[in-house]
Design a protein around this ligand. Structure first.
Ligand code: GLN
Ligand code: ZN
Length: 754
């Protein structure tokens, strides 16, 4: 049996790619130096896969920002405004990814969206009526050759035409169907170029097959591949799916002339049933996704072997991961702070390669008592997660009343208008201010023990004072303390709660150069001490304006942690909700009148199939959020924040969250969300982000004013707040200050007119 992976974390063991790319952005290294780092990393990763005994080694999974963007650029899906900048190919690429403001022009970045049900974000390709979809790029071929020169015959990977065109946005009258013919020509050319270069297998990713598909879409998929696959000549094609089962397209999929079909047996609840019901063609290879590409837990070999035994009756199998290993940290080797008793249960990307190899050997050996299997059986026989009886009792005692805040949203709005005395179109920010080097160094020094806790806190207080003074100076209405004490909105809370474990280097790419280090849930969750109260109350002493307390909500904490396997994520979320509820009540008791509970990632675990949205997720996730704030006074204003668009999908549930105010990302998805809001009847006050904070460009006063007027043409002025899209921690100080000044000026101008 052979082994395969779908993709590997390109950012590098110690985030080398991130640091090199950021240096390039700061003009500290040249394009050549950045390319050299990329080349070095690719070589290192390929060699590592060879050394770990992986048979099918991917290429093309490397990217300087995002592989969907790579595919778009390869196929000339580059809107005119970026081409008009006349920049080098690399700079055009980064202009698409991050926007560009400079001597050659001023353009915003492409939209960015969450990649299926992960915390990775892809760049949304933009297609106009005059887009000429054709093969223009070289990257896929040059990296294949690069590997070949290093003696490794890789399997290039590229996102397939069906998924690519389904994920794209269309600005003209044309739709995906209008581009299939051109796509077939372009992909056929890719086949030829790769075959010429000596390539044997190509992996085409079609994760869109796991979504709800209409019969018409399935037919389109079939048509495209019927035409395309006749052109594959000697090249073997693996169609790879992940993040679920392909129930809507399975029958069509197995009838097409693919040489290999990659299916997910981890998240694909119905995958096995599909095989049992409809069979699997003998002349094709089944790439069986059996090692979880998303979690950090060791594979249970016994369970996997039982599954594989069933699968073997379907013909030739290749052992595969369930999705790209992009979604897990690089390696366990650098986690020196955790005991072996703990890390024995973990498998990050490199260790998952070992698992594939172990399984391969266990199957080859056929011996029931072999040491590899025995060691794994022993591990799973151990008790691993710590229990907390008090927490379990609290959960059991919850009643429906615990999830309902009184009085109602509309009644509270009246009370709060009276007590808070805010102007119309109140201005605020989402919480964090730039995490400058000195802010990061202060934290690093404290963690290394180079400064005392008092010194650490003193520094943060100075930053808070500066931040408050700045906000007062420019005239913002609701202030924040700036979150200088937080490394990350989830890890920070995890560190202060019992039941969490932390890693040192376990970074996972979130988008572009941004990586997150999800904490690990290792027991029942509880809060032993207040977490944010000291900094928030200190900040409030510095101003007469309301200081917003800043918390992360339970669903987001859970979604951005690595969850336990032994209890449901619903149960872990309720435990988190009770802990954050204590914090909310403490803030309130200490005079904080506005509390923002971020649910940036609420949408993240929304099932990919709409039919499952409520029953499997929203019906418990939204109540978990309500549990956090249900006990506050009517005068306390609860805010929440969501990012990365697609909030529009769950817009119907906006009042269900029962927050007084909700802010969300809007400018990066062309304010589509406003139309969704306009179409429904809702009571919650809303702050659609008026400018994109993922880009360094500074929006002008006029630009924000236009945006605001557009917002007000769709929403009633009493309901609208004015704020950026998201927190400002990733931005520089200068652009942040300039942008916020413009935001306040724009709000004032519009207020004058309404
Ligand atoms: N309060 C957080 C911040 O401003 C919210 C971050 C987020 O939504 N991702 O950083
Ligand atoms: Zn956000």
């Amino acid at each position: 049996m052979k082994t395969s992976i779908i993709g590997f974390p390109r950012v590098g063991e110690l985030r080398e790619l991130k640091f090199a790319t950021e240096k390039y952005f700061r003009k500290e290294i040249s394009a050549e130096e950045l390319e050299a780092t990329g080349k070095e990393l690719r070589k290192k990763h390929w060699q590592l896969l060879v050394d770990q005994g992986i048979d099918f080694i991917p290429s093309g999974d490397f990217s300087f920002f995002d592989t969907t963007l790579d595919a778009a650029v390869l196929l000339n899906i580059v809107p005119k405004k970026y081409q008009a900048l006349q920049l080098s190919p690399l700079e055009t690429y980064f202009a698409l990814a991050r926007g560009y403001q400079g001597a050659s022009g001023d353009v915003t970045a492409l939209a960015m969206k969450k990649w299926f049900n992960t915390n990775y974000h892809y760049m949304v390709p933009e297609i106009d009526d005059d887009t000429e979809l054709k093969l223009v790029g070289e990257k896929l071929f040059t990296t294949f050759k690069e590997a070949k020169e290093a003696g490794i015959n890789t399997r290039p990977t590229i996102i397939g035409p069906f998924t690519l065109l389904k994920l794209a946005t269309y600005h003209g009258t044309k739709q995906a169907v209008d581009f299939y013919e051109d796509a077939i020509i372009a992909y056929a050319q890719i086949f030829d170029r790769l075959a010429e270069a000596g390539c044997q297998w190509l992996q085409i990713d079609e994760p869109a097959l796991v979504l709800d598909l209409s019969p018409a879409e399935v037919q389109q998929f079939k048509n495209v591949y019927q035409k395309l696959l006749v052109k594959k000549s000697t090249l073997k094609i693996l169609v790879q799916t992940y993040f679920g089962d392909v129930r809507d397209a399975y029958k069509e999929l197995i009838d097409l002339a693919f040489d290999g079909i990659g299916l997910d047996f981890v998240e694909g609840r119905k995958t096995l049933r599909l095989l049992e019901k409809y069979g699997f063609p003998e002349n094709k290879i089944l790439f069986a996704g059996i090692v979880n590409g998303k979690n950090i837990w060791k594979n249970n070999y016994k369970e996997t072997l039982t599954l594989l035994e069933k699968l073997q009756s379907f013909g030739e199998i290749v052992l595969n991961t369930s999705c790209s290993l992009l979604h897990v940290p690089f390696t366990l080797v650098n986690e020196t702070g955790l005991t072996k008793k703990v890390t024995d249960h973990f498998a990050f990307a490199v260790e998952k390669l070992t698992e594939l190899n172990d399984l391969k050997q266990i199957i080859a050996n056929k011996d029931e008592n072999q040491p590899l299997l025995k060691a794994n059986l022993d591990l799973f026989a151990q008790e691993r997660f710590s229990k907390n009886d008090h927490v379990l009792q609290q959960i059991n005692a919850l009643t429906e009343q615990d999830f309902i805040r009184v009085p109602s949203l509309t009644e509270r709005a009246v009370v709060q208008k009276d007590t808070l005395k805010l102007p119309i179109l109140p201005t605020t920010t989402i919480g964090s201010f730039p995490q400058t080097n000195e802010v990061k160094q202060n934290r690093a020094k404290f963690k290394k023990g180079e400064i005392t806790e008092a010194q650490y806190t003193e520094f943060n207080k100075i930053k808070i004072a500066e931040c408050v003074a700045f906000q007062e100076g420019i005239g913002l209405d609701v202030l924040v303390h700036g979150e200088f004490e937080r490394n990350d909105m989830v890890e920070y809370f995890g560190e202060s709660l019992d039941g969490y474990l932390f890693t040192e280097k376990a970074w996972v790419q979130s988008y572009g150069t941004r990586c997150v280090k999800p904490p690990i849930i290792w027991g029942d969750i509880s809060r032993s001490n207040p977490i944010t109260v000291a900094y928030s109350t200190y900040a409030q002493t510095l101003t007469d304006k309301p200081m917003k307390g800043m918390l992360t909500g339970p669903v987001t904490i859970l979604n951005w942690s690595f969850p336990r396997e032994d209890i449901s994520i619903r149960e872990s979320t309720l435990q988190l909700a009770l802990a954050i509820q204590e914090e909310v009540l403490d803030l309130e008791a200490n005079g904080i009148e506005i509390i923002q509970i971020d649910e940036a990632a609420l949408r993240e675990k929304l099932p990919l199939r709409q039919t499952d949205w409520h029953s499997e997720y929203l019906d418990w996730a939204i109540p978990a959020f309500r549990l956090v704030h249900s006990k506050v006074q009517p005068t306390t204003q609860i805010h929440t924040h969501m990012c990365y668009s697609e909030f529009a999908d769950i817009i119907q549930d906006i009042d269900n969250m029962d927050a007084d105010v909700i802010s969300f990302e809007a400018s990066r998805s062309n304010f589509k969300i406003l139309d969704a809001l306009k179409a429904i009847d809702f009571q919650t006050q809303v702050g659609p982000g008026v400018y994109d904070i993922h880009s360094p460009r500074i929006p002008s006063v006029e630009e924000i004013e236009t945006t605001l007027r557009n917002i007000l043409s769709k929403l009633s002025v009493e309901k609208v707040w004015v704020n950026p899209d998201c927190g400002l921690k990733t931005r520089g100080v200068l652009e942040t200050e300039a942008s916020l000044k413009n935001l306040v000026l724009a709000a004032k101008k519009v207020r004058g007119g309404v």
